[in-house]
Each structure stands twice: as structure tokens, then as C-alpha cells.
Ligand binder design. Structure first.
Ligand code: HEC
Ligand code: HEC
Length: 220
């Protein structure tokens, strides 16, 4: 091959690679349903508690945005989010499995009629100031339930003790077992003391929510 052809060929390969990366695996709800047996023991028991790194309720994932679920699972898999249990779980999932379980959980527990967006209860003056300082609504959306991008989480009504653990994790660096590497939330969480994060978490956790833990039997 002459030099020009080689260059064109290399460019074409680069383009194909770029395209195949851009095409994300498409999730299938029915396929996902067959793949969640492993998740039910923790995410399908309302109020189920985890004791790592401190006692808190396991996050509700039914009704969460599928793109965010997939992003979170991928982050555990890559170790960007450190959590030994969820690392083990996500390591066992292929990219297609992640797309399928994410599609499944997004629609899981949704009521047929979309609830009208309720206006949240008012925060205290102190919490209102913290929320303003962190510009939380600019990304997590109206009432913390309508994120501006589907890869961002809905946080309204999530368990407050989990929200607190999650927020603190964005501040942790250089720890083998705990910590979240997300740069956006890292920059935000580090502006607050743990007492402030706790006040924020308990307010956000008290709001109306699209999120649920739906009780499910493992033996279907
Ligand atoms: C042994 C209990 C356990 C099992 C089994 C389990 N999880 Fe989790 N999951 C957790 C805990 C605890 C967390 C919170 C981790 C953290 O602090 O980052 C979590 C976090 C998550 C998150 C992030 C939620 C958020 O709001 O960021 C997703 C998504 C998730 N799990 C999906 C799954 C799926 C899908 C399965 C099954 C394939 C599964 N989990 C199995 C305990 C479990
Ligand atoms: C610039 C956009 C942006 C702003 C502003 C922002 N967030 Fe986030 N938030 C994100 C993104 C993106 C994620 C997902 C990060 C990840 O993948 O771990 C996230 C994740 C979270 C999580 C983890 C949710 C879960 O289920 O694990 C909590 C809690 C949270 N944000 C609370 C807040 C609070 C409280 C504020 C204001 C003090 C805030 N965020 C401001 C973009 C933002």
C-alpha cells in the first residue's frame, strides 16, 4: 500500500472503532428480568441494611434512570466507585447484562400514570443555603427528581442514610475500599462538612420520590 492509502485505511479503522464505541448496548426489559435474581436479595427487600462502610439502607434502584444505573454499575466494575460487594456483582455482568438490568429497573415499580411533579416541602433556611451553594438543582433537576441528563441520578426520596454515605464517599481519596472518583460530585461534596452533608441528605431523603424497593421473591 502506498502512504496515502495506508493513511486512509488507518483513518477508516479509527472511524469504525469510534462508531462501535458510540453504539451502547441496547437494554431489553424481558432479558433483564431473567438476570436480576442476584440483585433481589439486597435491592428487593424494602429497608434492607448494609453494614459497610457503616450501617445504612441499601439504595432504592427501581424507578431510577436506566442510563444512571448503567453508569453506576460500570463505575463499580472499573473500580472508579469503590465498594467490594458491588464490585463483585458488577464484575459478573457483561455490558449487555448491564444494559438489560438497567432497562428492567428503570421501568420497575412505575405506576401506569406518571405522578404529577409535586412541589417538595420547603427546606430549612440553613439547608436552603447549602443547596444553593452546591447548585444541586441545576443538575439533579426540579425537586431533585428530574435530572438534566439521564446519566445523572434521581435523588429525591432516596434513603437519607444512603445519601449521606454516598456524599461522604465523594470526599474520600486514596482508600482501597471506600470512595467515588466522580470529579463533578467530588468537587461539590468537598465544599461541605460531614454535618452539612448529613443535613442535606436528610432533607433530600424526605422528598417525594420515583424510587422504590419492590419486594420480590427469589423463587418465581
Ligand atoms: C449483597 C447486597 C447487594 C447485592 C446482591 C446487589 N447490590 Fe447493588 N448495592 C448494594 C449496596 C450496599 C449499594 C451501595 C454501594 C455504595 O455505597 O456505593 C449498592 C449500589 C448499587 C447501585 C448504585 C445505586 C445508586 O443510587 O448509585 C446500583 C445501580 C446497584 N447497586 C445495582 C445492583 C444490581 C443490578 C444488582 C444485581 C445484578 C445488585 N446491585 C446486587 C448492595 C447489593
Ligand atoms: C454539575 C452537576 C451536579 C451538581 C451541581 C450536583 N450533582 Fe450530584 N451528581 C451529579 C452526577 C453526574 C452524579 C453521578 C456521579 C457518579 O456517577 O457517581 C451525582 C451523584 C450524586 C449523588 C449520589 C446518588 C446515588 O444514588 O448514589 C448524590 C447523593 C448527589 N449527587 C447529591 C448532590 C447534592 C446534594 C448536590 C448539591 C450540594 C449535588 N449533588 C450537586 C451531578 C451533579
Amino acid at each position: 500500500m502506498n502512504k496515502t492509502l495506508t493513511t486512509i485505511f488507518a483513518l477508516a479503522v479509527a472511524c469504525v472503532t469510534a462508531v462501535s464505541h458510540a453504539q451502547e448496548a441496547k437494554g431489553d426489559v424481558e432479558a433483564g428480568k431473567q438476570k436480576i435474581a442476584m440483585c433481589i436479595g439486597c435491592h428487593g427487600i424494602p429497608g434492607y441494611q448494609s453494614s459497610f462502610p457503616e450501617v445504612h439502607k441499601v439504595p432504592m434502584i427501581s424507578g431510577q434512570s436506566g442510563k444512571y444505573i448503567a453508569a453506576a454499575l460500570t463505575a463499580y466494575k472499573k473500580g472508579e466507585r469503590k465498594h467490594p460487594t458491588m464490585r463483585g456483582v458488577s464484575d459478573s455482568l457483561t455490558e449487555q447484562d448491564i444494559a438489560d438490568v438497567s432497562a428492567y429497573y428503570e421501568q420497575h415499580g412505575k405506576t401506569s400514570a406518571e405522578l404529577p411533579a409535586k412541589s417538595g416541602r420547603e427546606p430549612s433556611v440553613q439547608v436552603a443555603e447549602l443547596l444553593k451553594k452546591g447548585a444541586c438543582v441545576s443538575c439533579h433537576g426540579d425537586n431533585f427528581a428530574k435530572p438534566i441528563d439521564p446519566s445523572y441520578p434521581k435523588i429525591a426520596g432516596q434513603h437519607a442514610d444512603y445519601l449521606f454515605v454516598a456524599l461522604k464517599a465523594y470526599k474520600v481519596e486514596k482508600n482501597t475500599h471506600v470512595g467515588r472518583g466522580n470529579a463533578i460530585m467530588g468537587g461539590i461534596a468537598k465544599q461541605f462538612t460531614n454535618a452539612e452533608l448529613k443535613a442535606i441528605a436528610s432533607y433530600v431523603g424526605s422528598l417525594e420520590s420515583d424510587l422504590h424497593s419492590v419486594p420480590q421473591s427469589r423463587f418465581r
